[in-house]
Design a protein around this ligand. Sequence first.
Ligand SMILES: [Fe+2]
Length: 272
Amino acid sequence: MNPADYVTLPAFEQTGYVVLDSYDQAQDPREWEQLAFVDWKSSGDTRFAPLASAYGDLECNGFWNHTPPKTDKDGVWVPENIAVAPRLVARAQEPGANIGRCRVIELQPNTYGETLYNLHRDDNNRLNPEGTGWIVRAFFNLTDDPDTMMVLREDRDDPSTETRIPLPAGAQAIIDTQRLWHAVWHPSDRARYCLITSYESGPELDAYITAKNGVSWVPSHPIDPQVAAEGEATAQAKRDARAAALAARGQDPTFGDGSLKAGAAMEVLSEA
Ligand SMILES: [Fe+2]
């Protein structure tokens, strides 16, 4: 699967992400507190409240895992949740681009090391017909989490490729999450909520990014070098432990040289 076979937007070429103007979240009701959440294992301790799902049911499975399977477009609104979240629906619809999955994530606090272990890439474009728009995902932070960051890496194992984007209330970013490894670092004592929407790349999304003054690069938020080093060690220890557990079950997750087979360590991390 090659993005060159799809409609992509120039704004994502350089870095794979775009940061938009912040949104005045304080003006809105806290609609996410009224949503129905379902347990759905993602990167970290998470639940999700679907606003649009594959066929309008209150569930979060990838659209490709349904019968009939579909790509991450043409999401169907979930009646019980959109009834209590008109502002969130309006924000998701504002770009005017085709919407696939649309949901609010609830993420419990975690550490930087756990975040590095949770780094994964999404499978947004499975079944997406070539020649149509490449699917990217928008993250609109709802709760005010000033110490929380979206951690992005071009190369999972190369810290020098990392960008950390702060996520206070109203932070808005659109990310090519099939290209970039990503996970959220949430050092807090309460859950974080964020609206995540899959969009089809095309003229509508391009115009929206322009209207919101999207920028393709932001300075990475500083991190304490000791925290960074400890995080790398923690993540590697967790990967080693997982590989050992899989090997003990007769499922060698490596190619024999220590490199992981695609999906081996991330089999449950389809989502963030
Ligand atoms: Fe993800």
